[in-house]
Design a protein around this ligand. Sequence first.
Ligand SMILES: [Zn+2]
Length: 573
Amino acid sequence: LPDILARRTEVRRFVPDNFDAADPQQVARLFDDLDVRHVETRDQLEDLILDEQELEGCIYERFQMAYVDMTADTTNEEHERVYLSLLENVLPVMQEREFRLKRKVLESPAVGELSETYSVYRRNIGADVELFRDENIPLIVEDQKLGQEYEKIAGGQEAEFRGERYTTTQIEKFFDVPDRETREGAWRARAEAFHRDAETLDDLYDKMLEVRRKIAHNAGFGTYRDYAFKEKKRFDYTPDDCLAFHRAVEQHVVPIVAEIWEERRRKLGVDTLRPWDVNVRPNDPVVDPDGREPLRPFQSIGQLSEGCARIFSQVDNELGEYYREMQESRLLDLENRPGKAPGAYMTVFSDRRVPFILMNAIGSKADVETLLHEAGHAFHYFLARHQPLVSYHFAGHEFSEVASMGMELLARPYLGEFYREADLHTLLDDQIKNAVSLFPWIAMIDAFQHWVYTTEKNGREERKARWVELERRYRPWIDWSGVEEYRDIVWQYPHVFDVPFYYIEYGIAQLAAFRVWLNSLVDKAWAVGAYKNALSLGGSRPLPELFRAAGAKFSLSEETIGEIMRGVRGQLK
Ligand SMILES: [Zn+2]
């Protein structure tokens, strides 16, 4: 890791300078110190909270550094050992101790005297403590084990195509080739790989539902849905709001997406759109209807980074300076190289108060989008890091993705840094089309789960029937004839197994990101100012306030969604 990280800029209030967060005994000792404190007065209580948050930040930073080391070079066994040792030895101590302290805070006679600053914090720890049940500990472990079983089955799926075997990810490279027969063959091969395990996964899902039902009942909830909403800290919206979102997407988004696909159908010159002409899963590559070569926006990592640096400076001076700071302090690891973990992420070092971005750039259009996106997350941290509580340095996904998706959109006027005028037109339109096209899928995945977790009779056949109905409502343009058995199991998607109900966050955030962007078309300085203002609040305020600060409205109603979609539709060429 960069040398700059050897230095800390801020003086700590509680954690000693020589503290080693990788040593479980040192960690336990500091928690002991907090545990035995008196918290009768407001000052004592605030000290406890601030000290605990600082400690948490130090430990979290140690985890993140180990994670960065490990992902930057997966062949280094020492890095992996350090990370696993933290997971095994420090994480359990931290979780158990943190929980105890949350209780201590809530039981303090001074808790009612805490200022407004602490209200979101109190709300969050209140939910954690309220949900906790001893008898749920083994069930939560059981749920995680079932999740691992899912990962194992999904990770082992292989597609056979033209005499070769591919993982279900590898075979996607044929999904966007111009030759339709190749696409069809590859798509069918993957679908068949999914289909082979469909019954096994159905049984596994039944087990998960059973375990989750028990967890919810133990915690005093009628359905797992209600439990999950509290567990996800969804204080600011209800299941009914989500149902309204599903209706709004059907009414205001599906017609626009239908138009987009109809245009593609015409360009492709086909009678109907078959599953291999579209993206059945949201990240599947799709054939270019104009048959263009992929764009190559940059040749070297230096060009990628400099191009983005210029874009950020043009969006906003201060954001440009933050990015320069990341460049100079080597807080960016952008290039793809052997041994590096795939994917991209932004993480933060909470003690040193700096963000870090890792990605795997190879020269594609997606790389530019990724860096703009992750930098949006990094700016969020730069702007929010002054918040007194470490937990306020982060907002929930509903808002943190506004920072990143919003940056992708605010960068649009400056993409000439990477693309020729002739390519920009289509590129800018495609960006919007892709973002809009995700909404039907979000609604389907969310609606499916609302139904599953609130309906008694939700066995294999009912799930199929329910999914087919959702396909008809939200993606009527896909012609499934002859491949219906593959359609019926499309709901068997990772999030549905692993992270129940986590998905609508992307839709909520995209709506606000669209609003920020539409605002910027009217008054850029104002819109960017509001965006930065909202980011600087971190997670310190409830969602409606964060959205309002950003110049958006927190609402999943037909009215709000309809209005935003009309605005977005108006921007398409
Ligand atoms: Zn993101």
